[in-house]
Design a protein around this ligand. Structure first.
Ligand code: G6P
Length: 608
């Protein structure tokens, strides 16, 4: 949420800032801005509402060969998306970009009467506050930043430059990620390592409560209490190809289609189909500890939450004496929930930066419950703060709607469940079918994507103009239906909701009319016939049903049928979800909407 970039070196700063912002545009995209300084400290501030493209147009008439600058792409929190509210914000001689929320900005603003506020943002308050300590250069910039941050309540990742010292950038973080790229004769800065990749693979991940003074050839880090921190330079693990579209029209389609490989990466070295076992090194729990687990709390937001719900159904199927509670992080953090001592918490997050999920992690840790991360972004805050973890290794997910992460998160959590069941001595005849299917899944994912692609496209185009949709499923197909509805809502702006088949008669059936279509997920299994009866009830009321099924002799008179390969039984819902992903994608394309950057949303939600 919001992207930050910064540059200091010998090259053209404007060029780096613009290309970096384009990389980060998926994090927020309602306005953007950059400021650069020349050697004399003269600033060129460019800001524009909307996409980076609008900013580039302004840049064309304002090219500078400045060697230092900071930039920002915004996801509005305080104040509408507009040029005035776009960052960088100025106060006196300083410019500031900020990711996060200053919660006590109103209170702080009361004491900053001398500043002529131009915007409605909390960020401008912080700029003015820093300037009130800086006193137009009377005190060092880094000191002024520290003094100001000591008064701030909230979250921030910030970068500050001053016209009076055009050879330094001061950055700080608390709750919003910042990565410093260490180059040759240049130092770079971004809120996401992907923006640095073209320039360097050497990075310093700033921790909460740290402030860094960045120069062309040095990075000096201290805590807010002025204790020096020795900077640890790490290697960025992603490659350039992973953050490009690779011939696809949209990142979303690329990410859907790369699931055979991304899932394979999740399984690599962890599944032994021959002896029917799985092995996860990352969680770091002893056999004894695993054996003693009686309760799992799974915490996530959005798609990660759905992956947790789905995994919970599976884990309960094969693990004796265990309860699984999957919770929405933004709710759980304020619940007065008692977590029994023999619990383990799974913290699920693609980005590893989601504010509510991170807050839950910290709360749960306080209760002394072991925390295991199910995270994709390597080195992210959640990955660093959990007690142990399993990276899903799906590579960067750029499109705002999450796809490949869901598949791998669900399976990684099922594998964690299997390690518990193994430790508890569950018979291998019980676990083997799960392990064998997991091993076959990457290939089945490929087959499903190939065999259903064209038909899903046709069906999606047919239903694209409906304003309402009901997704239906039960058991493991129910969280799958929830995830399918979320995809359609997020990118195609369809009012799509999911219900458990059994709940239809308790309300949603009243909705069925020609404004709605129903997406019925119908995996073969013991509840299939019951779900079929519910489908009949919808049909009898004139429903427009799209059925997704692996039942070979499926012959219900529904409007459209999408068949998925029959070989996979237990994990058929995972394959059905691929259909939902493609369906949402093609419905969005048919409507001419922005697939990768849906309105009002952002990829990584680093504010509460
Ligand atoms: C945002 C994204 C979703 C994602 C959710 C949780 O809303 O748009 O795609 O599922 O955040 O993100 P996380 O990075 O914690 O998995």
């Amino acid at each position: 949420m919001c992207g930050i970039v910064g540059y200091i070196g010998n090259k053209n700063a404007q060029n780096f800032l613009i290309s970096g912002l384009k990389r980060l545009e998926y994090r927020g995209y309602d306005s953007a801005g950059i400021v650069t300084l020349n050697a004399e400290g003269e600033a060129t501030l460019l800001r524009a509402k909307g996409k980076i493209l609008n900013l580039e147009e302004k840049l064309a008439a304002n090219k500078r060969d400045d060697k230092i600058g900071i930039g920002h792409t915004r996801w509005a929190t305080h104040g509408e998306p507009s040029e005035t509210n776009a960052h960088p914000h100025r106060a006196g001689k300083i410019y500031l970009v900020h990711n996060g929320i200053i919660e006590n900005y109103k209170e702080l603003k009361e004491n900053l009467k001398e500043h002529d506020f131009k915007s409605q943002t909390d960020t401008e308050v912080l700029a003015a506050l820093i300037n009130s300590f800086y006193k137009d250069g009377e005190y060092p910039l880094a000191n002024a930043v520290v003094q100001a941050l000591k008064l701030v309540k909230g979250t921030y990742g910030i970068a500050v430059v001053s016209c009076l010292s055009p050879d330094e950038i001061v950055v700080a973080r608390s709750g919003s990620p910042l990565v410093i790229g260490v180059g040759h004769d240049e130092t770079l800065l971004a809120s996401d390592a992907s923006a640095l990749l073209r320039h360097t693979k050497r990075a310093i991940y700033l921790n909460d409560g740290e402030v860094a003074l960045i120069r062309k050839n040095s990075v000096e880090i201290k805590t807010l209490n002025a204790e020096p921190v020795s900077a640890k330079v790490e290697e960025i693990e992603t490659n350039i190809a992973a953050i490009q579209k690779g011939g696809y029209e949209h990142f979303l389609l690329k990410e859907i289609m790369e699931q055979p490989e991304s899932l394979m990466e999740t399984l690599r070295g962890r599944v032994n189909a021959k002896d029917g076992t799985v092995r996860l090194g990352g969680p770091g729990l002893s056999e004894e500890k695993l054996r003693g687990i009686k309760h799992l709390v799974i915490v996530g937001c959005g798609t990660a939450y759905h992956a947790g719900l789905l995994a919970g159904y599976y884990i309960e199927q094969f693990t004796p004496e265990i309860t699984v509670e999957t919770v929405i992080a933004s709710e759980y953090r304020y619940r007065n929930a008692y977590i029994p001592k023999d619990s383990v918490a799974l913290i699920v997050s693609q980005s590893g930066e989601t504010a509510d999920t991170l807050a839950c992690l910290r709360e749960i840790k306080k209760q002394g419950i072991p925390t295991i991360g199910i995270v994709n972004a390597i080195g992210s805050t959640i990955a660093r703060e959990v007690d142990g973890g399993t990276y899903v290794h799906v590579g960067p997910e750029i499109s705002v709607a999450s796809t490949k992460a869901f598949t791998s998160q669900a399976i990684a959590m099922v594998m964690f469940g299997l390690t518990i069941a193994q430790a508890k001595g569950v018979k291998s005849s019980m676990l083997r079918p799960y392990v064998e299917e997991i091993a076959k899944l990457p290939e089945a994912v490929r087959e499903t994507l190939d065999s259903t692609h064209d038909i899903v496209k046709n069906v999606a185009e047919k239903y694209a103009e409906y304003e309402h949709a009901i997704y239906l499923g039960r058991d493991t197909a129910y969280p799958t239906a929830m995830e399918g509805a979320l995809k359609l809502k997020e990118i195609a702006y369809v009012d799509a909701n999911a219900y458990a088949f059994g709940e239809l008669k308790h309300g949603p059936l009243a909705l069925v009319d020609d404004r709605f279509f129903e997406m019925a997920l119908l995996p073969e299994g013991e509840l299939y016939e019951k779900a079929v009866s519910n489908v009949q009830e919808v049909l009898a009321r004139g429903g427009h049903i799209v059925a997704v099924t692996n039942v070979e002799d499926f012959d219900l008179p529904v409007e459209s049928v999408i068949k998925i390969p029959a070989e996979i039984r237990l994990f058929a819902p995972i394959l059905m979800n691929l259909v939902s992903q493609l369906f949402a994608y093609y419905a969005t394309v048919a409507k001419g909407l922005n697939v990768d950057q849906p309105r009002n949303l952002a990829k990584s939600v680093t504010v509460e």
